[in-house]
Design a protein around this ligand. Structure first.
Ligand code: CAA
Length: 379
């Protein structure tokens, strides 16, 4: 396994690192107050980050998958909000159209998504279909050359801000998950109703909304793939999307470790820095080891994907471990900071609030174990 980055990847990493420090860090407070980082995303579009892996002929930067993961990782060290927005936009908002769209759909949507003019979203989860994604109830009924979609979705990241939604709905209720189809829905479509924006524990600058479809008429040209292929489209893109969330988790964990280490070197108690006291030193050692292990899993999965090899199991392992590491490292960082860590004067409490959801979205940790276990039985 080669975990050495290429010259090109290193240049990209440095560019994203500078951008995150100079442009995103000063915006954190506004995001904490709930502002969606529109102007940051516009600048990311100019830098080619919104279409980082999209092919050049569709307006993308045509970079390899590992470069994309490096970008999510670097952005998330500064802002997990910007990390998740880019991850959802790319992995499950744009990629389904690149991989499953026909030529017209690709030409119509991908250049705008890749430039950042459009933002993408992915609409799978419903009030009664979360982990059991195959049991969704939204219905798409054929009516001449259109489909009429009715139903509701919850926890839609980028919802309300996105211009293009990849929507999953049942076209044949007798076929279970083989009766689900995918549709490309534009934001101004009549019948697409943007509902409540959830007030979350963390990721305050991101949007997580409820959507309702009321007799939403979608032309058949916007059916993505064939009828009945929707569940496979969702699963295939989630396989890869999970590496993005794993990279986001890694970024949070690295930020928490760095903050805790710096603080522990400066904070003096009992006549020496707390980092030199074994209770804290061992804590930092365990945190650093878990972060390093996460990094290996994340970039191992990314490299497999870059080489076009199957990576579903490795993606789930990376997400399972890196998300756990993000939560545990953030909690331990708060402990290292003591009373100060529990205040908003330091970023470690934000790292914890932002980390927790990485064990939940794009498949809970329990679902990752289920996926890993299935691969162990069948591969
Ligand atoms: N790739 C392609 N096809 C796949 C697949 C994959 N990874 N996994 C399953 N399939 C196919 C199977 O081959 C099978 O096809 P056939 O019927 O032709 O045999 C079909 O899909 C059904 O497979 P299963 O019986 O294994 O499916 P299941 O109902 O047991 O569910 C599951 C599997 C893994 C639990 C799935 O439901 C799942 O991933 N659940 C979690 C949902 C999830 O991750 N939601 C995240 C929402 S998006 C989000 O969070 C974004 C955000 O905001 C950040």
């Amino acid at each position: 396994m080669n975990l050495q980055f290429t010259e090109e990847q290193l240049m990209m990493r440095d560019m994203v690192r500078d951008f995150a420090q100079n442009e995103i860090a000063p915006f954190i407070e506004r995001m904490e107050e709930g502002e969606f980082p529109r102007e940051i995303l516009a600048k990311m579009g100019e830098l080619g980050l919104m279409g980082i892996t999209a092919p050049e002929e569709l307006g993308g930067s045509n970079m390899d998958f590992t470069s994309y993961i490096i970008a999510i990782n670097e952005l998330s060290k500064v802002s997990a909000v910007v990390g998740v927005i880019l991850s959802v936009h790319t992995s499950v908002g744009t990629n389904p159209i690149i991989y499953f769209g026909n030529e017209e759909q690709k030409q119509k949507y991908v250049p705008k998504l890749a430039s950042g003019e459009y933002l993408g979203a992915f609409c799978l989860t419903e009030p009664n279909a979360g982990s059991d994604a195959g049991s969704l109830k939204s219905k798409a009924i054929r009516d001449g050359n259109d489909y009429i979609i009715n139903g509701s979705k919850v926890f839609i990241t980028n919802g309300g801000e996105a211009d293009v939604y990849v929507v999953f709905a049942v076209t044949d209720a007798t076929k279970g998950s083989r009766g689900i189809s995918a549709f490309i829905v534009e934001k101004d479509t009549e019948g697409l109703i943007i509902g409540k924006n959830e007030e979350k524990m963390g990721l305050h600058g991101s949007r997580t909304v409820q959507l309702t479809f009321e007799n939403m008429r979608i032309p058949e040209e916007n059916l993505l793939g064939k009828e009945g292929e929707g569940f496979k489209i969702a699963m295939a893109n989630l396989d890869v999307g999970r590496i993005g969330i794993a990279a986001q988790s890694l970024g949070i964990a690295e930020a928490a470790l760095e903050a805790a280490t710096n603080y522990a070197k400066e904070r003096v108690q009992f006549g020496k820095p707390i980092a030199a006291q074994q209770g804290v030193g061992f804590k930092l050692a365990d945190m650093a080891t878990a972060v390093e292990a996460s990094k290996l899993l994340v970039y191992r999965a990314a490299n497999l994907r870059s080489e076009g090899k199957p990576c579903g199991q490795e993606a789930s392992m990376a997400k399972l471990f890196a998300s756990k590491t993000a939560v545990e490292t953030a909690i331990e960082a708060i402990q290292v900071f003591g009373g100060y860590g529990y205040t908003k004067d330091y970023p470690v409490e934000r790292y914890f609030r932002d980390a927790k959801v990485t064990e939940i979205y794009e498949g809970t940790s329990e679902i990752q174990r289920l996926v890993i276990g299935k691969h162990m039985l069948t591969d």
